[in-house]
Design a protein around this ligand. Structure first.
Ligand SMILES: [Zn+2]
Length: 150
């Protein structure tokens, strides 16, 4: 699938979903949780035509998202933001004291007493990768199933 075909598919899905969008108060609350918490007693995707088409739409959206944005390793940035141009390369001012963590460009809150841990892991003969363990503050944690290609 080319990028333009994927974008055309996304457009078609978006047009079809104008009236019903995930994460909104539309739908029956069976395929996606509505912010208002309402859940229709319709039997869900296996028994309800509306929920069935919503589930197909969500699966197609997830497939398109996966096609456009393949899985990759995270870009983790642990930086010290400071005033001025650059930190000096000699003296005590050259020591970095990180005060910001970003994952894929998103700034995150992290507790001061749980600093990031960066370690090397062996992934095969003569090969290694970097493993980063972070503790970050979460506004919401979602652990749920969702339709789509794993
Ligand atoms: Zn339904």
């Amino acid at each position: 699938m080319t990028a333009s075909e994927t974008l055309a598919e996304l457009d078609a899905i978006a047009l079809a979903a104008v009236a019903r969008l995930p994460a909104t108060d539309s739908g029956h609350g069976q395929v996606w949780k509505r912010p208002d918490g309402v859940t229709a007693d319709c039997g869900g995707p296996k028994k309800c035509d509306d929920c069935s088409s919503d589930a197909l739409m969500v699966a197609a959206m997830q497939q398109s998202i996966n096609a456009v944005k393949p899985t990759s390793a995270a870009v983790v940035e642990i930086v010290e933001r400071h005033r001025g141009e650059r930190m000096p390369e000699i003296g005590t001012g050259s020591i970095l004291v990180p005060n910001e963590i970003r994952i894929n460009g998103q700034r995150l809150w992290a507790p001061q007493d749980s600093p990031p841990v960066v370690e090397r892991i062996e992934v095969g003969t003569g090969m290694s990768a970097v493993l980063v363990t972070l503790t970050v503050m979460a506004r919401r944690v979602v652990i749920d199933d969702e339709p789509g290609t794993p």
